[in-house]
Design a protein around this ligand. Structure first.
Ligand SMILES: Cc1ncc(COP(=O)(O)O)c(C=O)c1O
Length: 440
């Protein structure tokens, strides 16, 4: 439950792979393409790959905008895309504004090797974590007072960890803000196809700058980061995309992409899969349906024991409010509760402090990387915990569960989001770069 992974539609992908053996150069049907694919190494990527990805990005956004394949730049996941963008736009010491709470991986991706800083824009629970002009101005002014040069604003839409997406007015106001300050806007839309409910639909930044006449904007300032890690559930494929409206950034990022290309074998497979419009449409619709069902079951289960969540309609997680369970409204108390949840309840949820959340007591709960049975186990553990917690006469020790149920997860997995494991502290130690300076 600490991993934002999407495994709910793997059956559809497996079915497609069985029906399309030619898509792989490792099958008897597809091996004839082996030579061409194995030798391919152009950093522009296979032209069919860029076409297929551009088409997919449009479909995911309801075909309200089109994407130019010549602006698609490859990277090693969104992780690589963020770093490349940071290298392109900023010098060491420069900074990007980032609204809170935000994906902790940004502290690594944008900072470690670039020397760039992140300045939080404090958005809190008082207005459901909305990004206001006031909060943006306050962060910008504070940075100026501290002599920090702000080069851009980084948003995640839909948000990790909130599971919400931005409305048109907020997007317009963000565009006006960055335009006035003449700084860049990087939009991480990695969760675009995880939207499972809501009217109006998800609005991409591309729609705002291309189809919204109400807004004037210097397009050179706009950049989209995307990947197939969440929408398709392929984080292992490392298919990341930088889509920039700025020619200089496209050109620079493309040259730098040599450091993190997508393997030609993966490109080849993705071309076939994403060019199958019928499959893609079915996948997107079915994935949204399954995510909605999960969300409903989970929030209902939590609601039954009095746990509230931020109302959301996208993403692979819930933003759970446990502030009433804290002994004090502090981050120390949040850590204490988190350790109980990890060690006694035996659920690996992530504390809000690791997302730089300004209010203690919030936890992110991922719900799309387990089967129904495991979900039931998770819910029953939470239920029992809450019920025991409500019995004030019991000595506290009875909360130490000796539960025979075990959730298992492979230890070799990448710890997504830097998520915490017992023993770590919330302001993730991994936020510091592991690079060491050579002494000689
Ligand atoms: C908002 C956000 N951006 C980027 C990433 C990294 O994605 P990728 O696996 O494509 O590198 C994640 C992963 O959790 C994420 O949540």
């Amino acid at each position: 439950m600490g991993l934002a992974e999407n495994e709910l539609c793997y059956d559809l992908v497996q079915e497609w792979l069985k029906n399309n053996p030619k898509a792989s150069i490792c099958s008897a049907e597809g091996v004839y393409e082996f030579r061409d694919i194995a030798i391919f190494q152009d950093y522009h990527g296979l032209p069919e790959f860029r076409n297929a990805v551009a088409n997919f990005m449009g479909r995911v956004r309801g075909n309200k905008v089109t994407f130019d394949p010549d602006r698609i730049v490859m990277s090693g996941g969104a992780t690589g895309a963020h770093e490349t963008i940071a290298f392109c736009l900023a010098d060491p010491g420069d900074a990007f504004l980032v609204p809170t709470p935000y994906y902790p991986g940004f502290d690594r991706d944008l900072r470690w090797r670039t020397g760039v800083q992140l300045v939080p824009v404090v958005c809190d629970s008082s207005n459901d974590f909305k990004i206001t002009r006031q909060a943006l101005e306050a962060a910008y002014e504070k940075a100026q007072e501290d002599n920090i040069r702000i080069k851009g604003l980084l948003i995640t839409n839909p948000s990790n960890p909130l599971g919400t997406f931005l409305d048109r007015d907020t997007l317009r106001s963000l565009v006006s803000f960055i335009n006035e300050k003449n700084i860049h806007l990087i939009c991480d839309e990695i969760y675009a196809a995880t939207v499972f409910a809501g009217q109006p639909d998800f609005i991409s930044i591309s729609e705002i700058i291309e189809a919204d006449n109400a807004i004037e904007c210097n397009r050179d300032l706009i950049h989209v980061v995307y990947s197939l890690s969440k929408d398709m559930g392929f984080p292992g494929f490392r298919v990341g995309i930088i889509y920039s409206y700025n020619d200089a950034v496209v050109s620079c990022a493309r040259k730098m992409s040599s450091f993190g290309l997508v393997s030609s074998q993966t490109q080849h497979l993705i071309v076939s899969m994403l060019s199958d419009d019928e499959f893609v449409d079915k996948f997107i619709a079915e994935s949204a349906k399954r995510l909605a069902t999960r969300y409903k079951l989970f929030t209902r289960g939590l609601g039954q024991v009095g746990i509230g969540c931020l109302k959301s309609n996208a993403g692979l997680f819930l933003w759970m409010d446990l502030h009433e369970l804290l002994k004090k409204q502090t981050f120390e108390a949040e850590m204490e509760l988190w350790r109980v949840i990890i060690n006694e309840v035996k659920l690996n949820v992530s504390p809000g402090s690791s997302f730089h959340c300004p209010n203690p007591g919030w936890f992110r709960v991922c719900f799309a990387n387990m089967d129904d049975q495991t979900m039931e186990v998770a819910l029953s553990r939470i239920r029992t915990f809450m019920l025991k917690n409500k019995e004030p006469t019991r000595p506290k020790k009875t909360l130490c569960w000796k539960n025979s149920l075990r959730l298992s997860f492979s230890s070799s997995r990448r710890i997504d989001d830097f998520m915490m494991s017992p023993g770590m502290t919330p302001h993730s130690p991994l936020a510091q770069s592991p690079l060491v300076r050579a002494r000689t």
